[in-house]
Write a protein that binds this ligand. Structure first.
Ligand SMILES: NC(=O)c1ccc[n+]([C@@H]2O[C@H](COP(=O)([O-])OP(=O)(O)OC[C@H]3O[C@@H](n4cnc5c(N)ncnc54)[C@H](O)[C@@H]3O)[C@@H](O)[C@H]2O)c1
Length: 103
């Protein structure tokens, strides 16, 4: 897929697969908005991507619906069309509906 000049939205971008995705997309010319609850990790991702004009971070806990909606909303206001969404944060909900584990 040619991602040059396109926009991508990545969750869990402060570490691991999400970080690698943000860096790879930025290196290929995409604009990337990524979210995570780890602000220090996010700073490292931005530094590694080396494209501060095209890589934007929004602090967000994906288990908080309002927080997530605000982050997605800010992405929409920044870019007219998101070509790719990459989910790299996963929350497992327990039988009672509460968040029991997230990685
Ligand atoms: N690494 C692997 O080999 C592998 C293999 C199969 C599946 N996975 C799955 O892929 C996903 C990413 O794996 P990884 O190795 O990159 O994990 P990771 O722990 O390195 O990265 C996960 C990121 O998600 C963020 N995150 C977690 N919960 C969050 C929340 N509630 N709100 C916002 N951000 C949150 C963390 O802060 C972290 O930056 C995980 O769900 C993992 O289970 C990983």
């Amino acid at each position: 897929m040619d991602i040059l000049g396109r926009a991508a939205f990545v969750t869990g971008g402060a570490s691991g697969i999400g970080r690698a995705t943000v860096v790879a997309l930025a290196e290929r010319g995409a604009s990337v908005v990524f979210i995570d609850r780890d602000e220090e990790g996010a700073r490292q991702t931005i530094a590694r991507a080396g494209q501060p004009d095209r890589v934007v971070f929004r602090a967000c806990d994906v288990t908080d619906g309002k927080d997530l909606a605000a982050a997605v909303g800010s992405t929409s206001s920044r870019t007219s069309l998101v070509s790719a969404t990459v989910i790299c944060s996963l929350t497992i909900r327990g039988p009672g509906g509460g968040s029991s584990t997230s990685t």
